[in-house]
Design a protein around this ligand. Structure first.
Ligand code: NAD
Length: 325
């Protein structure tokens, strides 16, 4: 079996691939990673060499390359995306190209070569914002940012390929991931690395926005359950079970880094900032036996320790981001 994994030089995909490669009992003997190595992807996230791993640098919008790789693949897990909301507000073009057209390119090739399951990794942000309660998978999509709109578009395309063509597509929608190897523009690694460097951290608006936090290992476990046990054409929410306002999260990160509130800089709120996300993941629990296994307190402490011990990983990425490349 050859599993094609897109976007696995990024945060979550690389964790997923490293977990698969570390599992000798896995039913996946060969993994092919397709990644463009955008600013968010780095080969430092993957093993330098592994007998079961092949890395191909390329774009999911490159129909010729995708066709060739799909001809050699049996299944797909599709992580590749432009993933940062703030960047989508600054410019949506790359989000539509990669997240929508890139997904369609992959779906077309999967269809031509009869590849499945095709696990499409999406996000809770496609549901919009919810004041109370949690969204089931049947909730209508109401994305608010260009990022979430592009992800919602790709979800609908993926599901349409199941309904129209019978392709074995499975969609996951997860909450906010945290853990090692996350690009230091997202809130947890940005705040931790700024604090470790003695800088301030930018807190949006009044910090009331609430997110559910999911350890990347729990997400990868959920994806693997969907790939191996999920049903074609189904959507599965994957949640972490720890809801925190950004203010509460900031307090925990300050404490973990031994810093005070004077290191917090209040900045103008993100345009269209969704107040709260919350997924109901009882379907994944009841059908697949999913439950988050990482306790948030230790998961966060381990994550902070990882950034403290791995400056060599994040310092070049921050330097490159400052230089705008
Ligand atoms: P990331 O930004 O860390 O990594 C994305 C990867 O995709 C990078 O390695 C990048 O080089 C690659 N990529 C981008 N455009 C490409 C293209 N055109 N062709 C090939 N490769 C390309 O993202 P992540 O945080 O690991 O997220 C992975 C997936 O999970 C995304 O689909 C994202 O929407 C989804 N998701 C993430 C979170 C989160 O909290 N990080 C939450 C919900 C959903």
């Amino acid at each position: 079996m050859n599993l094609l994994v897109t976007g696995a030089a990024g945060f979550i995909g690389s964790r997923y691939v490293r977990t698969l490669l570390a599992d000798d009992a896995s039913d996946v003997p060969r993994v092919t990673v397709l990644d463009k190595l955008t600013y968010a992807g780095t080969l430092a996230n993957l093993p330098a060499a592994h007998p079961r791993l092949r890395f191909v640098q390329g774009d999911i919008c490159d129909a010729g390359l995708v066709d060739k790789l799909m001809a050699e693949a049996d299944q797909v897990v599709h992580f590749a995306a432009e993933s940062h909301v703030d960047r989508s507000i600054a410019g949506a073009g790359e989000f539509v190209r990669t997240n929508v057209a890139g997904t369609q390119t992959l779906l077309d090739a999967a269809l031509r070569h009869g590849v499945g399951p095709f696990v499409h990794i999406s996000t809770d942000e496609v549901y919009g914002s919810i004041d109370s309660g949690s969204w089931p998978e049947t909730h209508p999509l109401a994305p608010n940012s260009p990022y979430s709109a592009s992800k919602a578009s790709s979800d609908l395309l993926a599901l349409a390929y199941h309904r129209t063509h019978g392709l074995d597509v499975r969609v996951t929608r997860c909450s906010n991931n945290y853990g090692p190897h996350q690009f230091p523009e997202k809130v947890v690694p940005l705040f931790v690395t700024n604090l470790l460097d003695g800088h301030t951290v930018p807190l949006y608006g009044d910090g009331r926005n609430v997110r559910d936090w999911l350890h990347v290992d729990d997400h990868c476990h959920g994806v693997e359950l969907v790939r191996s046990k999920g049903r074609p054409g189904e959507v599965y929410n994957i949640g972490g079970g720890t809801e925190l306002s950004n203010r509460e999260l900031t307090g925990l990160l300050l404490e973990a880094c031994g810093a005070d509130w004077d290191r917090v800089e209040y900045v103008t709120d993100r345009k269209g900032h969704d107040l709260r996300y919350s997924v109901d993941w009882t379907k994944a629990r009841d059908e697949l036996g999913y439950r988050p296994r990482r306790d948030f307190t230790t998961g966060l402490a381990d994550t902070v320790a990882w950034y403290r011990d791995n400056r060599a990983w994040w310092q070049p990425l921050k330097r490159r981001a400052r230089q705008g490349s």
